[in-house]
Ligand binder design. Structure first.
Ligand code: EPZ
Length: 432
């Protein structure tokens, strides 16, 4: 398995291009199942998870053609044409779903388009059990008959799904996306209350409208959908990745550097920007994106609590913890979304971080310098937080099992090296 080696201590200077959002692409791609016409997605990031989703859709019968390419540092991204002219298979198999939980997002579209679906229950993952019970209860409210058999969700509906008034007892991004897609072809009106407001959900809604769906309340906690008979094709550009943006903003801050993040937008991540400014980091919009500067700054600790959008995103918690580990003063970081999202803590502590975990909260006492060490990536965002810590640490850090990283970050070592980081990837032994 590949490893990444970093020699820390170099302030990052330069430009980092930001790609399309992984978590938008992973719901926009299955939306193609809702129409027999071609959906073209541009600004598509080049990530392992995107390839996994493409493989899943291909076995449903979706024809795909990739055109254009991300010029190094360009923001064109790649354009993928997806055509579900005929769906030849309505089963999402275990060996694909186990690799990526977002596979469950084919459930709503398959039910809406074909009246049936058989989707492997996504298992838990490192950060939590992550059930999909809220997706299933909402689909049953829309008339689906759902049974669980041999680890699969077996769903069917006679005729069309029926519009319903769905109230999610807790905010669920995937649940909102699954129901939103299903509702576009349902009979009558669907109201989704307590809907997720993440920008990736709004991106899906805008794309569905471009495909002919009738959706009101986009960006709010209540979505109102009038079902239509059919959707048509569209050309849609994936929203910039706010979590990739935030991750590289922390890279600039933790190395006390000065970086411009291009092809992204401040309005996608106000809560992250506020925290960075509270810590003493200069963050300002530029014509091409966002400038993040911490040259000569004293980074001070601040308290963070993860919440559904527009609150502070759970997907930025590990990255901010790495920054707080090098700040002056103490910080309390509380994780309210997932039950086990502190696996980066023991690895950061191997690098000299002073962190005490009490239930859902971690107390971080900043230290002047972290020290490089061999560390292990455990999940996507934990792995990038270890890279960030390595950029600031004294000496050499080797991050193992970086396959986690490749699921959500494109060309990390290239983008960081282009700003002066001493970082390289090298092939590890398969056994590790
Ligand atoms: C999406 O996951 C993202 N993934 C996650 O990003 C992100 O952390 C999460 O939203 C929260 O923002 C994608 O978009 C592909 P949820 P999702 O349904 O949809 C519980 C990353 O690093 N829940 O909003 O699975 C669940 O267990 C990934 O890019 C139920 O109990 O998240 C969790 O505690 C990690 N029952 C909470 O709700 C359900 O039916 C939020 O989950 C659904 C969810």
């Amino acid at each position: 398995m590949d490893r990444i080696r970093i020699l820390g201590g170099t302030p990052l200077k330069g430009i980092i291009p930001i790609g399309g959002a992984k978590n938008a692409a992973l719901t926009l791609m299955p939306a193609c199942l809702l129409t027999a016409e071609t959906l073209t997605l541009s600004n598509l990031p080049h990530l392992v998870d995107i390839t996994t989703m493409a493989n899943l859709l291909a076995q449903h019968g979706v024809g795909m053609a990739m055109n254009g390419d991300a010029a190094l540092g360009g923001h064109t991204g790649r354009a993928l044409e997806l055509t579900a002219a005929e769906i030849v298979n309505t089963t999402a198999p275990y060996d694909l779903v186990r690799r990526m939980r977002a596979s469950v997002l084919v459930l709503g579209p398959l039910l809406a388009r074909c009246g049936q679906a058989r989707v492997s229950l996504p298992g838990g993952c490192a950060i939590g059990t992550r059930p999909v019970d809220l997706h299933l209860k909402a689909l049953e409210q829309m008339g689906a008959r759902i049974t669980l058999e041999e680890g699969y969700i077996a769903a069917e509906v006679n005729g069309r799904l029926k519009g319903a008034h769905i109230i999610f007892p807790q905010v669920t991004v995937g649940g909102t996306e699954n129901i939103l897609m299903a509702a576009t072809l349902a009979e009558g009106e669907t109201v989704i209350a307590n809907a997720a407001r993440e920008p990736e959900v709004a991106d899906l809604a805008h794309c569905l409208v471009a495909m002919g769906a009738r959706i009101e309340g986009i960006g709010t906690g209540t979505l109102r959908v009038q079902g239509v008979e059919a959707l048509h094709g569209a050309l849609y550009s994936v929203v910039p990745d706010r979590i990739e943006t935030g991750s590289y903003a922390v890279a600039a801050a933790i190395t006390r550097g000065d970086v411009e993040l291009t092809g992204t937008r401040i309005d996608l991540m106000e809560s992250v920007i506020k925290i960075l400014r509270d810590c003493g980091v200069l963050v300002e919009p530029t014509a091409r994106g966002i400038r993040v500067c911490a040259e000569g700054a004293e980074i001070v600790g601040t308290d963070i609590m993860t919440e559904p959008y527009p609150g502070f995103p759970t997907d930025m918690q590990a990255q901010l913890m790495a920054l707080m580990a090098t700040a002056s003063g103490a910080s309390m970081i509380t994780e309210t979304i997932f039950e086990n999202r502190f696996m980066h803590v023991p690895e950061l502590m191997r690098m000299g971080a002073k962190i005490n975990v009490h239930g859902a909260s971690a107390i971080v006492r900043g230290v002047p310098r972290l020290s490089g060490a061999q560390v292990m990536a455990t999940d996507l965002r934990a792995s990038v937080s270890l890279i960030l810590a390595g950029l600031a640490a004294e000496g050499e850090t080797v991050v193992n099992r970086v396959y986690h990283l490749d699921r959500g970050y494109e060309r990390v070592e290239e983008k960081l090296a282009a700003c002066g980081a001493r970082i390289e990837r090298f092939k590890g032994d398969a056994a590790e």
